[in-house]
Design a protein around this ligand. Structure first.
Ligand code: HEC
Ligand code: HEC
Ligand code: HEC
Ligand code: HEC
Ligand code: HEC
Length: 180
């Protein structure tokens, strides 16, 4: 009703458009999944994988699963075969583990939902950071306590540049470091 009346006049439509623009700016593009600024983003996963149970309780190192992170730009999500190193034997009576086993026997993989995602025009490189001794937790927060992964940093340009600017980091600041 109110919407109708507002849209009847050109000025009303303009005002509504402006209000939407302002609110988008204020919320910092929170409504674009898979883009920067998604601090707190924690999508449902096909299997309720619990980092705190694996890392804290069972003392499995990050790199046991994310084993490419020191070598490549991307930090891989582990293949199902990595899970099955344990779960062919461990907790085989649990429904989630039975789902893993079923997919494994069919040669399928688990379609994990991506949490972090920089826009395509940004160049980021895990191995460069790991090589300089930056901890996973500095950027990803206390993953070892998370039952469900959540984006901890906003991944904005300001966040990257602020850290690069710290004198002790001696990290490059020119635009082409991060933009092709
Ligand atoms: C037993 C295997 C395993 C271990 C150990 C593990 N992870 Fe993961 N990690 C996964 C799986 C599977 C996913 C994808 C599902 C999810 O997001 O929960 C994931 C997702 C992530 C993500 C989000 C990826 C995205 O989609 O953006 C981050 C960040 C991450 N892990 C960091 C860590 C850190 C840091 C540690 C150590 C403190 C760690 N992981 C230990 C298996 C593991
Ligand atoms: C190094 C061994 C190891 C690896 C590798 C491993 N897990 Fe586990 N996982 C465990 C242990 C130990 C438990 C706890 C079992 C228990 O408490 O009965 C567990 C529990 C679980 C549970 C909870 C089951 C329930 O309902 O209680 C899920 C789900 C799970 N793991 C998924 C995964 C997935 C997915 C992967 C691969 C990304 C993976 N695990 C890799 C050792 C492992
Ligand atoms: C300097 C900050 C920083 C550090 C340190 C860092 N990450 Fe990341 N991580 C990111 C960013 C930024 C992304 C999103 C990358 C993209 O979208 O291209 C990401 C993405 C990921 C992903 C999703 C897959 C991918 O590569 O896009 C995983 C898994 C992950 N990180 C695990 C880890 C683990 C494990 C460590 C420690 C060994 C770690 N990260 C250290 C910033 C960091
Ligand atoms: C916690 C601090 C920190 C954060 C946050 C951070 N960086 Fe870095 N970055 C560093 C350090 C330290 C280096 C290594 C400088 C060196 O090699 O001398 C580096 C190096 C780089 C390099 C150069 C890699 C190479 O091959 O030489 C790129 C590209 C880069 N960072 C991109 C990013 C982007 C994009 C982000 C944000 C998404 C980001 N960084 C966030 C600390 C950080
Ligand atoms: C350390 C990494 C880093 C450096 C250095 C860097 N940027 Fe960025 N830039 C990013 C990231 C990450 C994003 C995406 C997130 C965002 O928009 O804040 C971005 C986004 C942008 C955008 C798009 C903004 C938008 O809202 O769509 C522009 C334009 C841009 N950068 C220009 C520059 C210029 C010009 C420089 C050099 C003065 C520069 N950047 C240096 C990391 C960097």
């Amino acid at each position: 009703m109110i919407m109708h009346r507002v849209l009847k006049t050109k000025a009303g439509a303009m005002a509504l458009f402006c209000a939407l623009m302002v609110s988008t700016l204020l919320t910092g593009c929170k409504f674009q999944p898979g883009f920067g600024y998604n601090k707190g983003y924690a999508p449902e996963q096909p299997i309720a994988f619990d980092h705190s149970l694996h890392v804290n309780t069972n003392k499995i190192q990050c790199q046991y699963c994310h084993n490419q992170v020191e070598r490549t730009k991307h930090s891989n999500i582990p293949a199902l075969s990595t899970c099955m190193n344990c779960h062919l034997q461990v907790a085989t009576d649990k429904p989630d583990i039975q789902k893993l086993r079923e997919a494994y026997d069919k040669g399928e993989s688990i379609q994990w939902v991506r949490v972090h995602m920089l826009p395509d025009f940004v160049h980021f490189n895990h191995n460069a950071h790991i090589a300089k001794g930056v901890n996973c937790q500095t950027c990803h927060g206390p993953i070892e306590t998370m039952k469900k992964v959540e984006q901890f940093s906003d991944l904005s340009m300001g966040w990257c540049v602020n850290c690069h600017r710290q004198p002790e980091n001696k990290a490059p600041l020119n635009c082409s470091t991060c933009h092709y």
